[in-house]
Structure formats: C-alpha cells, structure tokens
Design a protein around this ligand. Structure first.
Ligand SMILES: [Zn+2]
Length: 427
C-alpha cells in the first residue's frame, strides 16, 4: 500500500482532511518513524484514541469475527435498500456485498452513505458482527465512507444482476429479468395491521421461484416480462423466494422473457441433498401410503390436520373434511414423502370428499378410503413434479403433477447410455 493510500484510509477513518494527514505521515516517516507508529500518533492527534481498539486496515479475506472494527478499501458489489423495524422504529438500511481482490463480505449500513453498486470506496471504522457464522460489516454512526482513489479490482460480478437459479437466501440488492407466471392478491395481518401484498411465481430460462411483493407494484401481472431491480432473497419453505419492497423498481421489458417449462429432473438423493427446490421432477416407485392419508380432518382455523377433533394449537374444534395422500416414493437413491392435495387425491381415489365420506360411513371405518388409494398406487412407478422442502421432519414433495410413469425401460436405458456417452447403434 502506498503512503497516499494509508493517508486516505486514515483520513477517512478519522473523518479529517486527507492532505493534512498525508503531510503528517510524510513528516513522521521521513524521520524514520515506523509507519504503524506514525499512523498511531496521527490517530491520537485527531482524538482517534491510541489503544488497541483502533481499527486496522485489512484485506477482506483476513477479516474475522474476532475483529472489533476494521478499515477496508473495497468495491461495492450490491447495494439493496430495505426498511426494517428496529426497537420500534422503521429504519431504512442499505445492505449487500463488498469485495476486494482477496474475497467478499456482506454489509449492513444503518444510514445512507451515498455509495452505489460498482463504486470503489474506503470504509473507516466498520464494525464487525457475526452473521450466520461469518463476519459481516456494520456501517454505523462512527463509520466513514470515502471514494477510493482507484477502482478496486474484484473477481466477482458487480451490480447484482442474477439468474433465478443462482439466487440464494440472504442475497440483497439483486436484479432479475423474469416473466410473471402466477400472481394473486392477498391480505395479510402484518406489523401494521391488514396489508395487501402480491404473491406468486416468476420464471426465467434458468428456474421458477415464488415471489412476494410487500408493496404491490401495478406492473406485476400474469404474463408480464419485467426487469425488477433491488430485490432481496429469503428462504420460504426450504426454497429461495424473491422479495420486492417499496424500494424495488419494476420496468416492463420490450421483449418477452423466455421461461423454461420443464422442471429439473433429478434423482431423489440429488433433490434431497439440494436442501429444497421450488420445482423439481423425480421418478420412483410408490412404496407405501402413510398414516394420515385418505379422508382426513383439518382445523378450520389453521388448516392443520387434526386427530380426534383436537388441534394442537386451537384445542377442540369442528374439523373440516379433506382428502390427502402422503406416499413414500423410492428411486433406489433415497426416499421422499410425496404429498397429494385434494385434487390429485380425488383423481387417484376416483371420487371426491362426499364419496369418501359415504364409503367411510358404509364401512364404519375411515381407513377404507386410504386402503382404496393404496390399492390404486402402491407398487407402481410415478413421475412426480412439485415443490420439495427439506427440514427436520424429513423431505416432503408437494406434488403439482403426479402421473404414472410412462417411461419405457428401454427408453431409459438408451437415455442412460447417451448420458455416459455411448451412441446408440441402430440394428
Ligand atoms: Zn388449528
């Protein structure tokens, strides 16, 4: 690092004039004062304190959660804006990622320091806090931000544009170009009472993901192709979801965004190992239909399945009849619990809730419905497409599509051969 850079960083950290600091530094170094000592004495002169708590300059890769505070010169990769409620007040924060030549780090800025994605900046006295086991920079009242004299080279994409497939929970300040595939208006009971929001599904050529717009934008309509800037990503039932806020901007695109209609086809093991996927397709044998399938009762308040008229949250309730299947699907690599909703269950059962109740009444046993379903599907091979969530209760695949596999074993053998690079030899 050049003396000039040290001066700039120090001036920024102390919030004083760079030229003055540089002159002092030059003088001290000229008199053979070691650089660190020289910087220390300049800090003292400006009331920056001389103790070990003074921040030191660090490469991003060297920042640890043990650091109290640091000075860094970095490139702003992303800059998202969000309002959070902190100790009863709404605070607008900026958040995203910063990088230098050695690595990248997340940050939260508790005020607007005026920097944008792409800027090269020197941050003085950034606090370090631990977030998800990793250090994160905390820019607060005692931090300073100055434009760096030179652009900081980084090996990461700058600006925040991303394909849906690449988004991960925790990402902020991202920009996507998507087609709105589904959208519905909902009223939720939020922190400020009843609030209208939009939720649905967006897609691009890489993937489909659920989204929530917390401050409904009028451009969001089914079929619209949009560029959406400044979204943040949260985990929703084990998959990333795109979140729009009052700070997100939505622009209609002149040409439609292409959407991939098919879901990624994975083995059950691959799908489960991914930790959850919004849209995935697996093929396997239906080994068994689990208890809690067939004719079930749900709590009218929370829609949870209830036993003997007792909801775990709401006590004794008048249950509402519903149909559901929880089946165990196995493809040889692993198993997953496939959950069929009422519509799909009606199709495999061949009747609706009324038919099921009638059958249960005739037999004086609810279980006849599940038994009838078992007879229809256990032992057969199915292609299942849906939303996979993986949590401490196991892997659940909420089926959107559930169809008997029409895969010809010979076809599959050919596919496998093609995958391993063997070209089919025609007889
Ligand atoms: Zn309930």
């Amino acid at each position: 690092m050049q003396l000039d850079d040290h001066a700039e960083e120090l001036a920024s950290a102390l919030g004083v004039d760079k030229e003055e600091v540089k002159e002092d530094l030059e003088n001290l170094v000229q008199y053979s004062v070691p650089l660190d000592e020289a910087k220390q004495s300049i800090r003292r002169k400006h009331g920056g304190g001389g103790g070990g708590s003074t921040p030191s300059s660090k490469d991003v890769a060297d920042i640890t959660t043990e650091d109290g505070s640091v000075n860094v010169t970095v490139r702003v990769l992303t800059a998202g804006t969000r309002t959070i409620r902190y100790q009863g007040d709404d605070i607008t924060i900026r958040e995203g990622e910063l990088a230098d030549g050695t690595g990248k780090v997340s940050y939260t800025a508790w005020q607007d320091f005026g920097f944008e994605a792409g800027d090269s900046i020197t941050i003085g006295n950034a606090g370090i806090r631990e977030w998800d086991g990793k250090p994160e920079l905390n820019l607060n009242d005692s931090s300073t931000v100055a434009m760096a004299s030179e652009e900081v080279d980084v090996e990461y994409p700058v600006g925040g544009d991303a394909d849906l497939l690449d988004l991960e929970p925790g990402d902020r300040g991202r920009n996507v170009e998507v087609q709105v595939l589904e959208v519905e208006e909902r009223t939720i009971n939020g922190r400020d009472g009843d609030t209208d929001i939009l939720s649905g599904v967006v897609g691009d050529e890489s993937a489909r993901l659920p989204f929530t717009d917390w401050d409904p934008h009028t451009e969001i309509e089914e079929g619209a192709s949009l560029r959406i800037e400044d979204v943040y990503i949260r985990e929703f039932r084990g998959v990333p979801s795109v979140n729009l806020s009052e700070f997100s901007t939505v622009t209609e695109l002149a040409s439609p965004v292409a959407v991939n209609d098919s879901a990624p086809k994975l083995s059950v093991r691959e799908a489960v190992d991914s930790g959850g996927m919004f849209d995935v397709e697996v093929v396997g044998n239906l080994l068994a239909v689990r208890d809690g399938s067939g004719l079930i009762e749900r709590c009218p308040e929370c829609a949870r399945v209830i036993q003997n008229g007792q909801c775990r949250s709401h006590g004794a309730v008048e249950g509402e009849d519903d149909l559901r299947v929880k089946g165990i699907l196995d493809d040889g690599t692993d198993t997953v619990t496939v959950v069929l909703d009422a519509d799909l269950t009606e199709r495999v059962y061949g009747g609706d809730v009324t038919d099921a109740k009638e059958a249960a009444r005739d037999a004086m046993d609810k279980e006849v419905v599940a038994d009838a379903i078992r007879e229809e599907i256990v032992g057969l091979e199915f292609r299942v497409r849906g939303n996979l969530s993986v949590d401490e209760y196991g892997a659940n695949l909420d089926a959107e599509e559930f169809a008997e596999s029409d895969d010809d074993p010979a076809d599959r053998a050919r596919e496998l051969l093609a995958e391993v690079g063997v070209t089919e030899v025609k007889a």
